[in-house]
Design a protein around this ligand. Structure first.
Ligand code: ADP
Ligand code: MG
Length: 698
């Protein structure tokens, strides 16, 4: 049944055989009937439409269908360079049809004065239209046999070996015709309730849609199924854990919290800070383990929330730990927090990759005898050798750089897993959050501290350089500090580094009266720290850097940021960078410097930056423009299994629908034991071969 499709080797399919099977596996990972059935077209061409060659236009034409005859054939070149060129006419005009492979056999296969239907992507070569390796229907093939023709993802090698979209459509049809029984993979009650197509119909339609309306229904069914199982998995996991995972009971608020709150709080909390602290406090008091995501735009004051809630852990006799993605950030947290709590006799230490042995030993000893209250660091803090006396609470800053597996290691740090707060400034669209963070509860700081003026963002071109530099000079004269950011992108690191160095020299030259600090990822940690520290302390007024300052760095007196080659940054990155300014009272500026000629998309991106400072708006736009792939990627994909057809960026409504359906099922049948749901645990097990329970990952 289901297994039959999954277990039958594709080589047994008519028209495939062992050789082509091998190619399929190598190129597309297709090994079984099931794989073949789930290799879907990416788009479709209306088979009822025949285009006229005379009407071809544009640089980047989509694939089209034409019908006509070959006027002549010519073999050109020799050996490896040999190609076959057919002159093809449809009565309205002519084009060249070119083959680079199988020249001899094709020459015999096709004839002049015979009507063929060709299907391919026209392009202009040497001033005339041509089509390379088109698909060709046999003479007399019925036209408009209805519906649409799928265009399948193919590799160059497969194309050269004679594979075409038709091969895949035929193979799928062959499998569907031969399979007496395609077992339904969703429970009947769900199919009925949501009016979905049954699986066989959906698969038939997705390969050869009779109409666009049917195609939409087939896609809905298949996307829904993927997202439904994803949500079911996430929801089941979250429910099971929240009902069963014992957590520390932080029952009371004591000296540390109260003293700090009444005496050392540097400023009144914003309403949003108060609210999320309450949420966290309530969570910590339930006796169940907390897993909470704290979202708050850059500059919204997450650090203070982290600190106050860590004090609750301390008040209850536990240690706390704060983990940051970079050394710079960890150091900065350490300094801010130490300064704030030092008067209260709280012992805070910093552990990073570059912590000296002597200090490490002190940390180890104090961690184990319990005299170290708060440990702050990079992921060095989750290494196995780091042993706590009684770790009760972990805060992870800027989660997107920590993978799920890394988070999981925290669970082994105490007999009962510590409460976990994940803080992120990367606003993620709701539907993505539902999926990537589906197992976390969410708190949002949706308010900036009072008195903040939104950063003014300006788009500037090379020819405005002089006035831009003058503007910066005015800020410096007022005693403000300035960031100058250069892109550093790995592929071309040497070149980038050079432009960074040149930029640095140039800036030193222009602003001779000021001290310029200089940071990039290649510097030794000590050097980096030193450079950062002279900027943070105000000794240096300008910081020339790469994106290493992207996350978290906090220098409220820095009011201007100049971003060079802004066109090379993504939206989210620009937003993160810009968050470094606008942290104090003064009006801040972010200048996006770019060349005059930039692509349309790029201009749209940069213009959006000048139009809004709202992180959620930017995140939405970013996802629309880039698709969720990148975003998922940077999050190390918190998703348990791959999505094949559904798209988190564009299928928001289906995500919601799938989530509702999954929740309903679990509300009624938490353990999925009802006979009506018999298929669910089986499908989940099949899909979900990866270990999901973090508590069991060591
Ligand atoms: P982020 O959420 O980006 O990590 P931070 O915690 O670094 O933000 O806070 C940004 C700045 O705002 C810091 O300078 C911090 O001292 C300040 N800040 C935080 N909370 C408040 C508040 N309630 N009122 C005024 N300033 C605050
Ligand atoms: Mg921060």
């Amino acid at each position: 049944m289901n297994n039959l499709l999954r277990n039958t080797d594709i080589k047994y399919l008519r028209g495939i055989g062992p050789k082509r099977a091998e190619l399929l596996e190598k190129n597309l990972g297709i090994r079984t009937y099931h794989d073949m059935l789930y290799h879907f077209p990416t788009h479709y061409i209306d088979r009822t439409t025949i285009r006229r060659i005379r009407d071809f236009e544009g640089e980047d034409m989509a694939a089209v269908q034409v019908r006509g005859q070959f006027v002549s054939f010519n073999t050109i070149g020799e050996g490896a360079k040999m190609r076959l060129v057919g002159l093809f006419s449809d009565g309205s005009g002519t084009m060249e049809v070119v083959w680079f492979q199988r020249v001899k056999s094709l020459r015999e296969l096709y004839h002049t004065h015979t009507e063929y239907t060709l299907f391919g992507k026209p392009s202009v070569f040497n001033g005339r239209w041509s089509m390379v390796h088109p698909e060709i229907d046999p003479p007399g093939a019925p036209l408009a046999s209805g519906g649409f023709r799928g265009v399948y993802p193919l590799t160059e090698q497969l194309r050269n070996r004679g594979f075409s979209s038709r091969t895949f459509a035929t193979a799928a049809a062959e499998i569907l015709a031969g399979a007496r029984y395609i077992p339904e993979t969703l429970p009947e009650h769900i199919v009925n309730r949501y009016g979905l197509l049954d699986l066989r119909t959906a698969l038939t339609v997705i390969h050869t849609p009779p109409s666009m309306a049917m195609l939409d229904r087939a896609r809905l069914r298949l996307k829904f199924e993927e997202l439904f199982y994803l949500q079911l998995d996430i929801q089941r996991y979250a429910r099971r854990r929240s009902s069963s995972t014992q957590g520390f009971m932080f029952g009371h608020i004591g000296q540390f919290f109260n003293n700090f709150y009444s005496q050392f709080l540097p400023f009144p909390l914003t309403g949003a800070q108060k609210r999320v602290i309450k949420e966290i406090r309530a969570d910590m008091g339930t006796g169940r383990q907390m897993n909470r995501l704290l979202q708050g735009d850059v500059g919204s004051g997450k650090t203070l929330v982290a600190l106050l809630t860590m004090l609750i852990a301390l008040d209850n006799g536990y240690q706390a730990c704060l983990m940051a993605p970079t050394e710079i950030l960890a150091t900065q947290h350490y300094e801010t927090i130490r300064e704030m709590v030092a008067p209260m006799g709280i012992n805070v230490r910093l552990l990073t990759g570059s912590t000296r042995k002597k200090e490490r030993d002190v940390i180890d000893a104090q961690l184990q005898d319990g005299s170290l209250h708060i440990l702050i660091g990079t992921h060095a803090v989750i290494e196995d050798r780091v042993k706590f006396h009684n770790l009760g609470y972990v805060v992870i800053d800027e989660q997107h750089r920590f993978g799920v597996a890394q988070r999981a290691r925290l669970w082994t740090k105490n007999v009962i897993p510590p409460h976990v707060l994940v803080m992120t400034a990367t606003p993620i669209p709701r539907t993505l959050a539902m999926t990537v963070y589906g197992d976390l509860d969410v708190s949002v700081i949706d308010e900036l501290p009072p008195g903040r003026k939104p950063v003014q963002t300006l788009l500037r071109y090379d020819e405005n350089r002089l006035s831009t530099y003058q503007g910066i000079a005015r800020q410096l004269k007022m005693g403000r500090q300035v960031y100058i950011v250069y892109p550093l992108i790995n592929e071309n690191e040497k070149l980038d580094l050079r432009s960074l160095e040149e930029g640095y020299e140039n800036i030193c030259e222009i602003y001779r009266d000021y001290r310029v600090a200089y940071v990039h990822g290649r510097l030794k940690p000590e050097e980096k720290d030193y450079q950062m520290s002279i900027f943070a302390s105000g000794e240096a007024q300008i910081l020339v850097s790469t994106t290493v300052i992207e996350v978290g760095v906090n220098v409220p007196n820095a009011t201007t940021m100049l971003i060079e080659n802004a066109e090379r940054f993504g939206l989210s990155q620009l937003h993160q960078l810009r968050g470094r300014v606008g942290r104090g009272e003064g009006q801040s500026y972010c200048i996006l410097m770019t060349k005059r000629k930039i692509a349309k998309d790029t201009r749209r991106r940069l213009e959006l930056m000048t139009a809004t400072t709202n992180g959620f708006e930017i995140a939405e736009a970013d996802m629309q423009m880039r698709g969720p792939g990148d975003i998922e990627g940077t999050m190390q994909s918190g998703i348990p299994f791959d999505l094949h057809i559904a798209n988190l960026a564009t299928d928001g409504q289906i995500v919601q629908m799938a989530r509702d359906a999954a929740c309903e099922v679990l509300d009624a049948d938490p353990d999925l034991t009802s006979p009506a749901n018999a298929i669910l645990p089986r499908q989940l097990a099949l899909l979900n071969s990866r270990i999901r329970d973090w508590s069991r990952i060591s």
